[in-house]
Design a protein around this ligand. Structure first.
Ligand SMILES: Cc1cc2nc3c(=O)[nH]c(=O)nc-3n(C[C@H](O)[C@H](O)[C@H](O)COP(=O)(O)OP(=O)(O)OC[C@H]3O[C@@H](n4cnc5c(N)ncnc54)[C@H](O)[C@@H]3O)c2cc1C
Length: 344
């Protein structure tokens, strides 16, 4: 018998599986291996200050250091490299933004994260008001991490690459599914949770994101640029550029409107030539109140949900998967803000 049966192996399910195994629990996972899952398409940015008002993201000082420590431990243990520490140059666009940035510089909560406005001295970037650097920030190649843990699970016959059929669950003191028995089942299905009959009462508002890969010989960035979109250097003169936020389309395909929106924003930032060499779309599992959701099903014993990673799954997943495991195995209370109780 397994301790945990985990449905979904995006960033959320991968973190659950990894952390459960680290704590000595046995796991078995199901995943349909969708190349367009949010985790496979994610830009990979971890950034403590976001938005037009340049605010600290929710719980940034707790969850980001926790995420970085967890990912560094994974890099070491699995002998892979997917974390790249790289500053973000936020382009300042007006006198009002200059004042806002300077006021943050005097605010003790931001002092460790931002530096005074300066020029990039890059002839290919439009930045009339200069840029402010944000640190510590990261670009993570999550595909490498998710794929490595997938390979390890597959090697040990602990991952089934198939769609989980909800109607075949047998409820008893344990969870039975086909010939598998587990103490607990956790659904970490990303936006597909909307089709899960046990948890489709959670008010989801998925946000499609479209992202492009460009090649530019001239651009030569060794920092991420941010102004409405991110331009992320990937090496070999290639960059991720994106992304869009579309709230009424759940197809995992790039649209003409999305392409136009991102490339128009890109053209306002860069002055040099570039070539679009790839494009992708995925759906972010976003909940209406923009918080993760974790906790037990109101009726079915031993059944849990882990979802709502939204736009920041890379920062959120390590911390909250640990919280969920501790809740299940040690009865640790779940913060009301993220608990499933808020929807029951
Ligand atoms: C364009 C884009 C850019 C992004 N950029 C960033 C970023 O820079 N930084 C950041 O932190 N976040 C970013 N995100 C958000 C981030 O990708 C998500 O928060 C995160 O990947 C969600 O992970 P998940 O595991 O919950 O869901 P998913 O990645 O969707 O994974 C769910 C998995 O479950 C599988 N599955 C679902 N149902 C079943 C079933 N019934 N049976 C078997 N398997 C099933 C799916 O195939 C999939 O593999 C971005 C997202 C997009 C789309």
């Amino acid at each position: 018998m397994f301790d945990f049966l985990i449905i979904g192996q995006g960033i959320a399910g991968t973190m659950l599986a990894y952390q459960a195994q680290q704590k000595g629990f046995s796991v078995c996972a199901f995943d349909t291996h969708n190349p367009n899952s949010a985790s496979n398409v994610a830009s990979g940015v971890v950034n403590p200050i976001t938005g037009r008002k340049m605010l600290k993201t929710w719980k940034a000082d707790t969850i980001i250091p926790y995420a970085i420590d967890t990912y560094k431990a994974i890099e070491k243990e699995l002998d892979i490299k997917f974390i790249h520490e790289i500053p973000i140059a936020k382009i300042i666009t007006s006198e009002e933004d200059v004042n806002l940035w300077n006021s943050k510089l005097e605010d003790s909560r931001y002092q460790n994260n931002i530096s005074p406005i300066q020029s990039l001295n890059n002839p290919h970037i439009n930045e009339a008001f200069g840029v402010g650097f944000i640190q510590p920030t990261f670009w993570m190649n999550m595909k490498i991490m998710v794929q490595k843990i997938r390979t390890n699970l597959l090697k040990n016959n602990l991952l089934f690459e198939e769609n989980f059929n909800y109607s075949l669950i047998e409820f008893d003191d344990t969870i039975k599914y086909k010939n598998i028995e587990a103490k607990y089942i956790i659904f970490a299905e990303g936006f597909n949770i909307q089709n899960n009959p046990f948890f489709n009462f959670i008010p989801f508002k998925p946000a499609k994101g479209e992202q492009f890969k460009i090649y530019s010989k001239e651009l030569k960035l060794d920092y991420i640029i941010n102004k409405n979109i991110f331009i992320i250097p990937l090496g070999n003169d290639t960059y991720h550029v994106g992304s869009t936020y579309i709230w009424d389309d759940e197809t995992e395909m790039v649209t003409e409107e999305g392409r136009k929106e991102v490339l128009t924003k890109l053209d306002k930032i860069v002055k040099c030539k570039y070539e679009v060499i790839d494009e992708k779309a995925g759906i972010r599992p976003t909940i209406k109140d923009r918080r993760p959701v974790l906790g037990a099903h109101p009726e079915h014993k031993n059944m849990y949900v882990y979802n709502g990673m939204g736009t920041k799954g890379i920062s959120l997943a390590p911390y909250f998967s640990n919280e969920l495991i501790l809740h299940i195995t040690e009865n640790k209370e779940i913060d009301k803000e993220i608990g499933i109780q808020r929807f029951i």
